[in-house]
Design a protein around this ligand. Structure first.
Ligand SMILES: [Fe+2]
Ligand SMILES: [Fe+2]
Length: 189
């Protein structure tokens, strides 16, 4: 719990350069997975990546990690409605990077790599930095969790009659964690 509070304080400080400028607020208008918006998703990914970075025994560039994570889905359209020329899954990291470079003059090579490579292994070029790999993992964890939370909300507690609360709370996190770990330990990483 203590680490979470420490993470939230650090996140507040490191995220301000992105949250106070640019068009991140626009992401509130676009749905991502289930009922969560692209904005909620970006915040969740940045917080999850920062939490892991604080927990793991490696050095991470925390500010660039948070900024890159916040901008990883900065594509600024509703992918359920707008159909880009190339498939959204493949093209949106590059759209996000183009938008980020337009709205922020100080995007670093590390932040660029985080944005461009977060869909690995769907896009086959692997992340170059450990921060990029962490955001890619956090993205998969959060996306899976959001989908399972949406399914859980749709099914309702009737599907889990006896242990409804505990199961419904823990299941999305567990499945998301297992999925992200599977991706992490497959031969391509
Ligand atoms: Fe994405
Ligand atoms: Fe994402």
């Amino acid at each position: 719990m203590k680490l979470r509070i420490k993470r939230d304080k650090l996140f507040e400080r490191l995220s301000s350069s992105v949250l106070d400028t640019g068009l991140l607020d626009q992401l509130k208008a676009y749905k991502q997975h289930g009922s969560s918006t692209c904005y909620d998703h970006s915040i969740s990914v940045a917080k999850a990546a920062l939490y892991m970075a604080m927990f793991l025994p490696f050095r991470f560039k925390h500010e660039q990690l948070v900024r890159g994570a916040l901008l990883h889905d900065y594509f600024l359209y509703d992918w359920h409605v707008t159909r880009p020329e190339k498939l959204h899954g493949f093209s949106h990291p590059f759209t996000a990077l183009t938008n980020a470079k337009r709205d922020f003059s100080d995007i670093t090579p590390l932040e660029e790599n985080i944005i461009k490579r977060h869909m690995f292994p769907l896009t086959p070029v692997p992340p170059r930095y450990r921060e990029s790999l962490l955001v890619s993992l956090a993205d998969k964890y959060c996306a899976t969790k959001e989908v399972f939370v949406a399914i859980r909300n749709k099914i309702g507690s009737t599907a889990f009659p006896r242990y409804s609360r505990a199961v419904a709370r823990v299941l999305p996190h567990t499945l998301a964690y297992l999925f992200a770990m599977t991706i992490a330990f497959l031969p391509w990483t």
